[in-house]
Design a protein around this ligand. Structure first.
Ligand SMILES: [Zn+2]
Length: 237
C-alpha cells in the first residue's frame, strides 16, 4: 500500500505542523492562526476552527470559501478568518497565511519604528513591513479583522510584501506554501528581536536594498527553506 500523501492531505498535514511549530517557537501562544490554500481549489482554504494553535489537528480543520464561509467541517470559526480569505483573494501567489502577535514584533506595531532587515536572514521577511491601522478606515473597533471590508483593507496594505504589521495588534506573514510562510514568520520575529536590541545599543546599519534582494532569494527558498522546515518538523516530534 502506498504511503504517499495526496496534495490535499499534504496541505492539511503542513498546516497542522505550521501551527505546532510556531507554538513551539513561541511565535503563537493562545491566539494567532495558520491557513493553507486548497491545492486543487484556489477559491478555498483550510483553517482550523477556533482553538489554540497547539491544539490544532486534522480533525479541527474547516474548509472555507473566499467569502469566509465554511464549506466543509463543523465548529466555531475564528473571527479573524477574513484576514485569510481576503489575502487569498488579493494575492493569487499566496498559498499560506499566518496571523500572529509575536512579542518581539509588537513594539514595531506599537511605535511605528520601521521594521527593516538588520541581518541576512531578516531579508526573508522583506525589505519593509507596511503598517495597517484599522483606525484609518474603520475608527474605534475591537481591532479584530472580523469582516470582509477589514480583511480587504488589510490585504491592500500588504500589497506585494511578505509581511505587514497591524497597528497595536500584531502581524501577518504570507508565503507560497506553509513551510515558506513559517520561515518568513520566524525570520521576521528574529529580525525584530535583533533590531530592538541593536536600536538600544546605538546606530543601526541596515541591509542595503540590493543585499535584501539577493539575501532573500538565496536564503528564503530551496535548500535553506527545506533545511529549516525539516529542522522544525523534527523538533516538533
Ligand atoms: Zn489578532
Amino acid at each position: 500500500m502506498s504511503t504517499e500523501l495526496t496534495p490535499i492531505e499534504e496541505a492539511r498535514r503542513d498546516v497542522v505542523l505550521g501551527n505546532h511549530i510556531l507554538a513551539m517557537e513561541g511565535v503563537l501562544d493562545v491566539f494567532g492562526h495558520v491557513s493553507v490554500r486548497h491545492p486543487e481549489r484556489p477559491d478555498r482554504f483550510f483553517l482550523s476552527r477556533s482553538t489554540s494553535p497547539a491544539q490544532v489537528t486534522d480533525e479541527t480543520l474547516l474548509e472555507f470559501d473566499l467569502d469566509g464561509k465554511i464549506v466543509s467541517g463543523d465548529g466555531h470559526p475564528y473571527l479573524e478568518r477574513f484576514i485569510h480569505s481576503e489575502i487569498y483573494r488579493a494575492r493569487p501567489d499566496v498559498g499560506s497565511v499566518i496571523h500572529h502577535h509575536a512579542p518581539a514584533v509588537l513594539p514595531f506595531a506599537v511605535t511605528g519604528v520601521p521594521l527593516r532587515p538588520v541581518f541576512h536572514m531578516g531579508a526573508v521577511a522583506g525589505e519593509i513591513s507596511p503598517i495597517w491601522d484599522s483606525q484609518d478606515d474603520f475608527g474605534d473597533t475591537s481591532m479584530l479583522v472580523f469582516n470582509q471590508p477589514m480583511g480587504a483593507s488589510l490585504a491592500k496594505c500588504l500589497g506585494p510584501h511578505p509581511t505587514a504589521l497591524l497597528k497595536r495588534h500584531g502581524a501577518i506573514c504570507v508565503g507560497e506554501s506553509v513551510p515558506r510562510a513559517v520561515h518568513v514568520t520566524v525570520c521576521m520575529r528574529d529580525n525584530a528581536q535583533l533590531l530592538m536590541q541593536s536600536l538600544a545599543m546605538g546606530e543601526v546599519d541596515y541591509l542595503s536594498p540590493g543585499e535584501v534582494e539577493k539575501s532573500a532569494k538565496v536564503n528564503g527558498y530551496g535548500r535553506p527553506l527545506e533545511r529549516a522546515w525539516s529542522h522544525w518538523v523534527r523538533r516538533c516530534g
